[in-house]
Design a protein around this ligand. Structure first.
Ligand code: SF4
Length: 490
């Protein structure tokens, strides 16, 4: 029995796909992963652009899948167009069931079943393994927990199995260098994902641009942000937030470091890393310092960051610390269901700043929220003026993801008029050009607070924060970008 798992994500970390591959291999099945990232499109395409695979690439996919018994495609909302094209082409050419998994199909199983045969809901390792066992034994699989099917025009939606609490029992993500392929967009063909290919395509740290291994230490999250797509709703009443033990995380990193000696850093990418109690953080840091030694980056939510935990991590090699501020406007925080007070956020930033000799602070901010007034945005900018420098801001254009509280509200309020343009094909990295948004960028250029304060005075805002000024500002931004590109070439 063989499963092919396809990842359209722009980053080849594809945690879910690798976890499923590792799990089913442990259960005795063959697994092949196909990585189809297109960084060029993902970083440059304008919102609303429709992704289009070349027919020759779709043909190569079907050839690679021809000996599979099951094909899985993992997707997020922005990969919907790609998953539809892949599925249609595969189903036209092969008689192999196609299963979709990931957060989007979990939230929208009925929509997904218009294209695929099976939807895997929520955490899928055990469900996929059970499905393969049943297929192998030629048993009916329509009652498999976590799976949805379309049969004779009806949808069968099975219940979700209990959440797996002990994360240490899962195998490490599959980073083997055999059997897997990656699409080389320059050659327009799949090549073996061997060590050399990993070296070319590995995730690179956004600031240092050095190859870094990305991992997660938890599953779940203690928060309930209204814009976040998550599996939380599937596991009501169960222990949704779970942690791996420090030893388990370190074992994974030792294996990776041994196999991929080109890695120059580690990125711990879960929002919940800092829920680890101080005692475990100390153990993790000591082991990391002794056995891993690579510089690393992590995320933390403001209410969980403490000086004690951070001091252990910095001593172990933490060099970048990312924290979600998102907004400082009280009204917007209510809308986002984020209730951490500005004092707590500021306190966390002050703690991070104490380590600024060794630590780069990166704070996330959400922009382009149609519910925000100018005053709400200025509230966040004024809050940032109090945050100790230096720091780097990362911006995210708000997307109303399906299934979220905010999506329902935006839909009801008539803000989403075209699902394709406003949701499925909206790119979070493209920030609207307007005066107040540009003010955020000034922090990244080290512009002194006194100048930002001056630019935020009500006369400046009333002159420049006008619809008619946006085109002028867009022209200016394009000029600056072109100038920077020329400088880089020189
Ligand atoms: S903190 Fe991050 S993962 Fe948790 S609910 Fe908010 S956006 Fe989602």
């Amino acid at each position: 029995m063989k499963i092919t798992l396809i990842s359209p994500y722009s980053d080849i970390t594809a945690y879910g796909v690798r976890n499923i591959s590792a799990f089913v291999k442990k259960e005795g099945f063959d697994a092949q992963m196909l990585f189809m990232s297109d960084k060029e499109f993902d970083s440059k395409a304008k919102s609303g652009s429709i992704y289009q695979y070349d027919e020759d690439i779709l043909r190569q996919v079907t050839e690679l899948c021809a000996d599979s018994d099951l094909i899985g495609i993992s997707l997020f909302t922005c990969h919907f167009d790609r998953a539809v094209q892949l599925t249609k082409y595969i189903k036209h050419s092969l008689k192999v069931p196609v299963m979709w998994g990931g957060i989007h199909p979990t939230i929208k199983p009925e929509e997904s079943l218009n294209y695929c045969d099976i939807v895997c809901l929520a955490e899928g390792e055990e469900a996929v393994a059970e499905l393969l066992h049943k297929m192998k034994n030629k048993e009916s699989y329509f009652n498999t927990k976590n799976l949805c099917f379309k049969k004779d025009g009806n949808i069968i939606k099975n219940p979700i199995r209990n959440i797996k609490e002990d994360l240490d029992t899962f195998p490490f993500p599959d980073y083997s260098t055999e059997n897997h392929k990656i699409l080389d967009n320059a050659l327009k063909k799949f090549i073996p994902l061997d060590k050399a290919a990993y070296e070319r395509f590995f995730f690179s740290d956004p600031l240092s641009r050095k190859p870094a291994y990305m991992t997660m230490t938890t599953r779940g999250c203690p928060h309930k942000c209204s814009y976040c797509m998550s599996f939380r709703g599937m596991y009501e009443g169960q222990k949704y937030l779970r942690r791996r033990s420090p030893k388990h995380i370190i074992e994974e990193l030792i294996t990776i470091k041994k196999n991929f000696d080109f890695i120059e850093g580690i990125m711990i990418s879960d929002d919940s890393f800092f829920v680890m109690p101080a005692r475990d953080m100390k153990e993790f840091s000591e082991l990391y310092k002794e056995k891993i030694t690579l510089p690393f980056r992590c995320l933390g939510s403001p209410s969980t960051i403490t000086e004690e935990k951070l001091s252990y991590l910095v001593d172990a090699g933490l060099y970048e610390m990312q924290m979600g501020i998102e907004t400082a406007s009280e009204q917007t925080k209510k809308l986002y269901n984020r209730h951490t007070s500005n004092d707590i956020v500021l306190g966390a930033a002050q703690i991070i700043n104490k380590f600024n000799a060794k630590l780069v602070a990166i704070y996330d901010v959400i922009l382009d929220n149609p519910y925000e007034t100018k005053e709400n945005i200025i509230e966040t900018l004024e809050f940032l003026l109090k945050v100790p420098r230096p720091f780097h801001l990362q911006f995210f254009s708000l997307i109303f993801f399906p299934g979220t509280e905010l999506y329902s509200r935006a839909k009801k309020d008539g803000i989403i008029t075209d699902e394709g343009r406003d949701v499925y094909r909206k790119q979070f990295q493209f920030i609207q050009v307007r005066y107040l948004n540009l003010m955020f960028y000034l922090f990244n250029y080290g512009v002194p607070n006194s100048i930002i304060k001056f630019l935020l005075n009500k006369h400046m805002v009333s002159i420049f924060e006008r619809e008619s000024m946006n085109r002028v500002l867009s022209g200016l931004v394009s000029l600056i970008k072109a100038f920077k590109r020329t400088l880089r070439k020189k």
